[in-house]
Design a protein around this ligand. Structure first.
Ligand code: GRG
Length: 289
């Protein structure tokens, strides 16, 4: 994970190291993009390619693009009009450093630059038909039927009790959809069959939901300093979570069940080597940050 994360980090730094971007905007983009995230999404893209025994070269632009989309979503999520957070990963949020207008633009810039970047997978050797499919899927999983839709439902569900189905909808779209994109994009680049794609989608949906439940559990039990949050930062959030809705014990057993389902789908997909994807599924529930 670390080697892949470092590789993507270096490429991201190169991509925004250009005098063509106005300096303040460039600094604001770099501030959040190079702020020490786990790089889970890029690693998923590259690990999926490796699971098919393929070179990761054509996956690097896709991996960089998804990290840009993820970073834009965090910058916008932290804005006063949304979650109004002052800290992210232990540092002041983008708008606290650069002001709201520049933070909005930095998010917009990362979202649009992501689409320019993903297209360069073609120059890195990916067939254009596969790149086109990935562009469409990125728009779809990150857009109104995906992550943005989930964020909207999350905002509307604040301060009101949600049913388990409503909470699942929010988690599915706000969090899991981008992880699903990563695995599908790696598989599409690798030339997976439709059956393998659908099994890997099942794997990703399960780890995506597990990722969010673990996030909710860590909000209750985690060391907030380790997670880069100021102590007590979640007290202002009146959002439904799995531990609040079904209790901690049931949340933990649901987590285990989701990872088992994810691993079953991996086995059925008959990949060349599923060990890294298995390890990533385990990491998602074992992580403490
Ligand atoms: C503003 C369109 C829009 C969407 C925002 C991602 C998101 C949707 C909101 C962030 C709020 C949040 C904490 C969601 C839970 C899951 C999540 C995406 C956590 C952060 O992802 P990590 O842990 O972050 O991979 P790092 O810091 O490692 O990159």
């Amino acid at each position: 994970m670390k080697t892949k994360a470092d590789l993507v980090g270096k490429r991201l730094a190169d991509l925004i190291e250009t005098p063509e971007i106005p300096e303040t905007l460039r600094q604001a983009m770099a501030y959040s993009l190079l702020a020490g995230g786990k790089r889970l999404r890029p690693v998923l893209v590259l690990a999926t390619l490796e699971a098919f025994g393929k070179s990761i070269d054509a996956g690097i632009p896709v991996a960089c693009a998804v990290e840009m989309v993820h970073t834009y979503s965090l910058i916008h999520d932290d804005l006063p009009a949304m979650d109004n957070d002052d800290f992210r990963r232990g540092k002041p949020t983008n708008h606290k450093v650069y002001g709201e207008a520049t933070a909005i633009l930095a998010g917009d810039a990362l979202l649009t630059y992501a689409f320019e970047t993903v297209c360069s997978a073609e120059e890195a050797g990916a067939p254009s038909g596969r790149v086109l499919r990935i562009v469409r899927e990125l728009a779809s999983y990150a857009g109104p039927r995906g992550m943005v839709g989930g964020q909207s439902a999350d905002m509307e569900g604040e301060d009101i009790p949600l049913t388990p189905e409503q909470l699942r909808y929010i988690h599915q779209h706000k969090t899991a959809d981008l992880l699903v994109f990563c695995v599908r994009a790696g598989a599409i680049l690798a030339g997976a069959s439709e059956r393998q794609l659908s099994l890997l989608t099942r794997y990703a949906n399960n780890i995506g939901l597990a990722f969010q439940i673990q996030d909710d559990i860590l909000d209750v039990t985690g060391d907030e300093t380790k997670m880069g949050k100021p102590v007590g930062s979640d007290e202002k959030r009146k959002k439904s979570t799995y531990p609040a809705l079904i209790g901690m014990e049931k949340s933990r057993s649901l987590l285990k069940q989701l990872i088992e389902e994810a691993n079953l789908a991996l086995v059925e997909a008959a990949l060349e080597d599923n060990s890294i994807l298995r390890a990533l599924a385990a990491f998602i529930i074992e992580r403490d940050y």
